[in-house]
Every structure is written in structure tokens, then in C-alpha cells.
Design a protein around this ligand. Structure first.
Ligand code: CUA
Length: 347
């Protein structure tokens, strides 16, 4: 009997919890340095230009909308049918009106076109002196990042220093992709046999998600990437670690056994680990352990995800080239564990 009386109170507590928990999570989320994948969240000069254009156009759209609504209201009230009113005379040819409805749209189009063209020219910048040069290559379905002046090749995660101009060459190894970090600015296509360019200066520290923005096959949606905008010091530390030779584990350790699995298996045909192999079909793995994500930045780089990936990559990413079925590869759980240890040791 007593428990029956407590039910409404319990329900009230449950409702309160349901309201508080998501709010708490939302507040906690705000403290993370990970930015949303949104073009309405500009964090670079290029993105700010687009934002300002959007604001300018929105202003004119609102002004025109308001004027049209006021005109409609005026006409509806002023010329509404009244009992006993005479039938209105139709208007044929009104020079003043015709001039007005020719000039007004021309002005509106100019208000849209002039700032748009200015923005287009302003975002087609050529490299400035001292810009960090990055070569981006789109692959089905992952991004390769090369730093030709620094001798670095990596994948999935692009690192740049904050407030330093970055000049990107955008290319493709297979089909048309599109390079897009919404917070940094516009997207630009990665086209085979062609080099496109994009320049930006990131103005905030943080991790920015991006992704391929051109339908490029089965795993188009799984072709993501991350931009790490770091302090100049942190960027230099990253550069130094990426330029250092890969870890060479003790041959008796689990990682050492993993290295052996790697060296004696199909891995070497597609992947590069400096001093170990020189494949160029898949991502360079020299410093794989230093990345936070893998496989087109769709999985967090941890034991569980690597285990699933190495056991059956074709089940994790539809259409992936590394398909154990078509390649007739089968790895034992021990081999998978050893490979995980080796990959994680490659800091
Ligand atoms: Cu690459 Cu879509």
C-alpha cells in the first residue's frame, strides 16, 4: 500500500533527473577543446570571410522580406473589397511601375553579387612567405598529409600551428574527393591529375573535425579527418617526433612479434613504416601510435577498435581495399594482438 503512494514522487524525481543529466552533459561538453563540425563556427580567416558574407546577405534578405511583407499588408488593407465599392479598373502599361520592377531586382542582385565576388577573389589567395606547405592527397577512403618542407608523411590527422598561414595543395590518388574543414573555410575538390590550392590561418587552438564533401564511393561517409591546431611549440614537438625514426621493439616482446607479423605478411605491400617497408597504397604507419584516430579518422585509436579492425577490416569500413576476404588473409587472434602492440608502439 505504502509503495503505491510513493509512485508520483518517484516519477517526479525521474523527470528531474532526465532534465538535469543531458544539461550536465551539455555543459561538460562545452569544456572540451573539440569543436563541432560546423561552417557556422568560423575559426580561420577564410571561414570568417564566408561568415561575414553570410551575415551581409542575411541582412539584405531580412530587409527585403520586411519591405515585401509591409507592401502586402498595405495593399491587402487599403484595397480590400468593401460593400458597394465599384469594380477596380485593370492597369495596362504603367511606365513608372515597369521601371521600378526592373531596377529593384537589379539592385538586389548587385547587393548579392558584389560582396560574393569580392569574397571569391579574397579567398583565392596565393602562398604568402613563411606559409606552412601541406600536400593533401585524397584516397578511397582516407586523407594523406605530406609536409614536403619537413619530410613528414602522415594520415587522417593534419597538424598546423595556430595563427600561421597554411598553404595546401589538394590532390587525389583515385577519384574526385573534396577537402573540407568547415571551421576553416570553404571546401575544395581533390581531383586526379590536378592540383587545387587552399590557404587559411587558423585562429584558435583545438581539434576540428572535417570530412570528404564529394560522393566518392561506398565509404564516402567514412572519409573523415581531424585538424589539430596547436601552439607553435606543440607543433614543433610534433614535427620532431614525426621526423624521428620509428620505434624498434625488442624482438622477444609482443610488439617485436607484431613487427615480424607485419614484415612477413601482406602489410608491407601497401604500408610504409620507415626502415621496414615502403608501400604507398595505404596510410603511412611510421608514427601510427601518435594518432588519436585511424581508418579515415572514423575510429578512436585504441586496443578494442584496432582488434576489430585487424580481425575483419571489411566489416568495419564497407569497400575498404584492406579486405581480408578478397586478399585471402586470415590473422590468428595472437597475430592480431601482436600487431596491435607493434602499431601502438609506433609513437
Ligand atoms: Cu572522398 Cu567522398
Amino acid at each position: 500500500m505504502a509503495s503505491h503512494d510513493h509512485r508520483p514522487q518517484l516519477r517526479r524525481w525521474a523527470a528531474l533527473l532526465l532534465a538535469i543529466v543531458p544539461l550536465g552533459l551539455a555543459i561538460a561538453g562545452c569544456t572540451l577543446h573539440e569543436f563541432p563540425q560546423s561552417s557556422l563556427h568560423p575559426q580561420a580567416d577564410y571561414a570568417w570571410r564566408i561568415q561575414h558574407l553570410l551575415e551581409q546577405l542575411t541582412f539584405w534578405v531580412v530587409v527585403i522580406f520586411a519591405l515585401v511583407q509591409i507592401a502586402i499588408l498595405y495593399v491587402v488593407i487599403r484595397f480590400r473589397a468593401k460593400p458597394g465599392a465599384p469594380t477596380p479598373t485593370p492597369v495596362h502599361g504603367h511606365t513608372g511601375l515597369e521601371i521600378a520592377w526592373t531596377i529593384a531586382p537589379a539592385i538586389i542582385l548587385a547587393l548579392v553579387a558584389v560582396p560574393t565576388v569580392i569574397t571569391i577573389f579574397a579567398t583565392q589567395t596565393t602562398p604568402v612567405k613563411g606559409a606552412l606547405h601541406v600536400r593533401v592527397v585524397g584516397h578511397q577512403w582516407w586523407w594523406e598529409f605530406q609536409y614536403p618542407d619537413l619530410g613528414i608523411t602522415t594520415a587522417d590527422e593534419m597538424h598546423v600551428p595556430v595563427k600561421q598561414p597554411v598553404y595546401v595543395d589538394i590532390e587525389s590518388a583515385d577519384v574526385i574527393h573534396s577537402f573540407w574543414f568547415p571551421s576553416m573555410g570553404g571546401k575544395r575538390d581533390a581531383i586526379p591529375s590536378r592540383v587545387n590550392h587552399l590557404a587559411f590561418v587558423a585562429d584558435s587552438l583545438g581539434e576540428f573535425p572535417g570530412q570528404c564533401a564529394e560522393l566518392c564511393g561506398l565509404s564516402h561517409a567514412n572519409m573523415r579527418m581531424r585538424l589539430m591546431v596547436e601552439t607553435p611549440e606543440a607543433f614543433q614537438t610534433w614535427v620532431a617526433s614525426q621526423k624521428s625514426p620509428p620505434a624498434t621493439p625488442d624482438s622477444t616482446s609482443l610488439a617485436g612479434q607484431g613487427k615480424q607479423v607485419f614484415e612477413t605478411g601482406v602489410c608491407i605491400t601497401c604500408h610504409t613504416i620507415e626502415g621496414v617497408s615502403a608501400g604507398v597504397i595505404g596510410p603511412n604507419l611510421t608514427h601510427f601510435g601518435s594518432r588519436t584516430t585511424f581508418a579515415g579518422s572514423i575510429f578512436a585509436n585504441n586496443r578494442e577498435n584496432l582488434g576489430r579492425w585487424l580481425t575483419a577490416p571489411q566489416d568495419q569500413k564497407p569497400g575498404v581495399v584492406m579486405n581480408w576476404k578478397t586478399l585471402s588473409v586470415s590473422l590468428s587472434p595472437d597475430q592480431v594482438n601482436a600487431l596491435i602492440a607493434y602499431l601502438q608502439s609506433l609513437k
